[in-house]
Write a protein that binds this ligand. Structure first.
Ligand code: G3P
Ligand code: MG
Length: 250
């Protein structure tokens, strides 16, 4: 139906299971999901953990800023209880869990680097990119990987040490500066990730004309997805990937 286009499961299947949890990611195997997106950041002692927010508060039973806490303080955080009792006890995944998961399932990965907050930000950011490279290098070459970030500095740091991967720069609509191409090139990004809201055909064709791929977030409406694909968009991030790709064996 969407031949040649990427349907990227945004944080897993967050309508059916808690976002960014192994339980949610494993549920993707029931469906024909072949791409997913997730978010990585660092604890204060350099463990790479999978969480969207800078703070634990929204999605776990703990409180505090991830980059100011040791892994031992957060490793038993419950990330599923708020969603449904079925997911009680889901732990905060680590980047190692993601590597093992994609090696087993061969689902392609978009890993989004979150900007590191807190006073140790510079040191943690350097630690993150080196550790992430080491882990990504352990992924089976048949798994495609896109590394993305809103933070151009994080992306450039990663690209400097691991230019062999594909990179995508994320822009919120109001920050798609006229010099977007300069920013993309400084990060080694051949792909631009854009917000769907206020995105126009002219903007997409300009970016495509200059030779970049475009993936758009977050698109849950099938009509909008078709419109974007007709405009030349290469992929969409969606919270309802299951409704786009269908169940296996159907
Ligand atoms: O990478 C696409 C999308 O995930 C970017 O926004 O805030 O959901 O990480 P956010
Ligand atoms: Mg994200």
């Amino acid at each position: 139906m969407h031949k040649g286009k990427k349907i990227i499961a945004h944080r897993g299947l967050p309508v059916l299971a808690p976002e960014n949890t192994m339980g949610g990611f494993k549920l993707m195997e029931k469906y024909n999901v072949d791409w997913f997106e997730t978010d990585v950041t660092s604890t204060s002692d350099g463990e790479l953990v999978i969480i969207h927010d800078d703070y634990l508060d929204r999605t776990t039973n703990k409180s505090g800023e991830v980059s100011r806490m040791n892994y031992s303080e957060i490793e038993d955080a419950d990330t599923g209880f708020w969603f449904s009792s079925k997911y009680d006890g889901e732990k905060l995944p680590t980047m190692r869990d993601i590597v093992d998961f994609v090696n087993e399932t061969k689902i392609n990965l978009n890993i989004e680097l979150k900007g590191i907050t807190g006073p140790e930000g510079n040191k943690l950011a350097d630690g993150l990119v080196y550790k992430l490279k080491d882990l990504l290098d352990q992924i089976d070459p048949s798994v495609e990987i896109i590394i993305s970030s809103f933070n151009s500095i994080m992306l450039a740091k990663m690209h400097n040490i691991a230019p062999e991967y594909e990179y995508a720069i994320l822009f919120e609509q109001h920050t798609l500066y006229p010099d977007w191409q300069l920013i993309a090139d400084a990060c080694g990004a051949k792909t631009v990730h854009l917000e769907s809201e206020r995105l126009t055909y002219d903007m997409i064709s300009e970016i495509k004309k200059r030779g970049y791929n475009v993936n758009v977030w977050t698109v849950n409406d099938h009509g909008r997805a078709n419109e974007l694909f007709n405009w030349g968009v290469d992929g969409i991030f969606t919270d309802v990937a299951d409704t786009f790709v269908g169940e296996k064996g159907e």
